[in-house]
Write a protein that binds this ligand. Structure first.
Ligand SMILES: O=C1O[C@H](COP(=O)(O)O)[C@@H](O)[C@H](O)[C@H]1O
Length: 267
């Protein structure tokens, strides 16, 4: 049973689960419902994945009923962030998703848009933005109503214990990036150092964003990102996830939610 589900005053939803299995089941249901709605409305579903713990948490999508009911042929896959390593490297977010998810469902190989792993981080970011621009032009990816940004149907994020999302780390200058859709870092505090990442304007232009967070090591970062903690606190990239028009849902297990001030949520 879900331990808690509530909405904050600004419309964000926070869902807290006693067991990881329930979280995974609900997450699979949520993703399949969004996929169905998007395919109905636009004929396609453009989803951007993160790496890390998220991939094992979407594992239920590979099982019945979703393995059969989801219209996989309409899915287009992107990465919110990627480490600039070879696709078969243990640190590759592509490899993680391929092994744990993509190889288990019938997604069309040409719909899987991973980065160019043979060039520098700067060039990989530039190339990836170019690919996304082409797909915005053909409306495989929708476009924001309020800017020229791509509007992904769903962006799935994880969060690190330091509050980083995608490869946007606390106090890093790329948190201020307003013009680029995809940018790069060569000094990531979490290895490997070279990465590409969607920028905040792209993340915040999505129709739907889900931040999926588990484990007690992330409890403090979840509290800083979700609760109203005032200005004098450490920088939190996760708190900067504020979709302009889209919907934001936090999926947490009890350990990650253990420091939340849930009295400010209405059930
Ligand atoms: O380095 C990364 O970390 C975050 C968080 O990972 P997690 O294992 O703590 O969930 C992840 O979302 C991101 O995609 C990845 O590149």
């Amino acid at each position: 049973m879900m331990a808690f589900s509530g909405a904050k005053e600004d419309g964000r939803e926070v869902k807290i689960y006693e067991y990881l299995d329930e979280l995974s089941t609900d997450l699979a249901e949520y993703i399949s419902e969004l996929s169905e709605a998007s395919v109905k409305e636009r004929g396609v579903f453009a989803i951007a994945l993160s790496g890390g713990s998220l991939i094992s948490l979407i594992r239920k999508l590979c099982e019945a009923p979703y393995s059969k009911t989801v219209d996989w042929s309409k899915w287009y896959i992107f990465w919110v962030d990627e480490r600039v390593v070879a696709k078969n490297h243990a640190d590759s977010n592509y490899k993680l998703a391929k092994d744990g998810f993509l190889s288990k469902v019938p997604i069309v190989p040409s719909h899987v848009h991973s980065i160019n792993d043979t060039v520098s981080a700067e060039k990989a970011a530039e190339d990836y933005e170019f690919v996304i621009r082409q797909l915005v032009r053909t409306r495989v990816i929708s476009v924001s109503d309020v800017s020229d940004c791509p509007k992904f149907d769903l962006i799935l994020l994880g969060m690190g214990p330091d509050g980083h999302i995608a490869s946007l780390f606390p106090d890093h200058s790329i948190l201020d990036e307003k013009d680029e859709w995809v940018t790069f870092v060569t000094d990531s505090p979490k290895p490997p150092p070279e990465r590409i990442t969607f920028t905040l304007p792209v993340i915040n232009s999505a129709s739907n964003v889900a931040v999926v967070v588990t484990g007690s090591s992330k409890a403090e970062a979840a509290h800083l990102a979700i609760d109203d903690v005032g200005p004098d606190v450490p920088s939190s990239p996760a708190k900067m996830v504020q979709p302009t028009k889209g919907k934001l849902i936090w999926y947490l297990d009890k350990a990650a939610a253990s420091k939340l001030d849930c009295t400010k949520c209405s059930e």
